[in-house]
Design a protein around this ligand. Structure first.
Ligand code: PRP
Length: 214
């Protein structure tokens, strides 16, 4: 039997994903070792292979078929825009994509002014401002600590993930508009979905019966 391969997002999302797999009787003991630097783990019993990748790379592995299944955040899936099937919302890793800034920037949005938007997610920001708001903006791609941008005068607003809201609060910023809700999702390679339909559907059914329970 061919191994089904699952690409996980390194870190907290992988741990939460494996906790879910464990509940459906799939577990890889080796992956629980906090010291391990291994990237690929095999579950001989169930004919499964798991590997750990950076979030934005998960849709790439799935599109090319190097992984049949992938688990990553909806933010990453939207931003990467790969040819994959999004099949299940796992209900954890819940947060929101928002336009944020100092409260005073709300007026610039209302007036549809040509502002600068700093973000790690240029595609999501572009789709939102151009297609949803019909507002021309300048998008500036950053790689992290996005909240800095309006504080130091790089951009008027940011388009970023808000989970608890504490990063915003501690930096004197606020949510101005919500772009979309986010959570961990399962994606599948379209060819794998046809060729391995029975095995993949079985896993998805089991996962979906548990999704959102924690
Ligand atoms: C994310 C996000 C916000 C923060 C939101 O950043 O970009 O900065 O978490 O969480 P909160 O609402 O609970 O404060 P992350 O910590 O992933 O790192 P980054 O700044 O490098 O993107």
């Amino acid at each position: 039997m061919r191994y089904l391969t699952v690409a996980l997002t390194k870190g907290r999302l992988a741990r939460k994903s494996m906790a879910l797999f464990e509940k459906i009787g799939i577990s890889v003991q080796e992956m629980k070792d906090p010291e391990t630097r291994k990237l690929v783990f095999t579950d001989e019993q169930n004919g499964l292979k798991f590997f750990l990748a950076k979030g934005p790379d998960v849709p790439t592995y799935v599109e090319y078929g190097a992984a049949d299944i992938g688990i990553t955040g909806e933010d990453t899936i939207l931003e990467e825009n790969r040819k994959v099937l999004e099949v299940l919302d796992l209900g954890f890793g819940k947060c929101r994509m928002c336009v944020c800034g100092p409260a005073s920037a709300g007026e610039l949005l209302r007036q549809s002014r040509q502002i600068r938007v700093a973000t790690k997610y240029p595609r999501i920001a572009k789709d939102y401002f151009y297609d949803v708001r019909n507002q021309t903006v300048e998008i500036i791609k950053l790689n992290g600590s996005i909240e800095l941008a309006p504080i130091v005068g790089l951009a008027e607003v940011i388009c970023d993930i808000v989970e608890t809201g504490s990063t915003l609060r501690e930096n004197g910023l606020t949510v101005l508009e919500e772009v979309c809700p986010l959570s961990a999702r399962v994606i599948v390679n379209p060819v794998s979905m046809r060729m391995e339909n029975e095995r993949i559907t079985k896993i998805l059914r089991s996962l979906s019966s548990l999704a959102g329970q924690d």
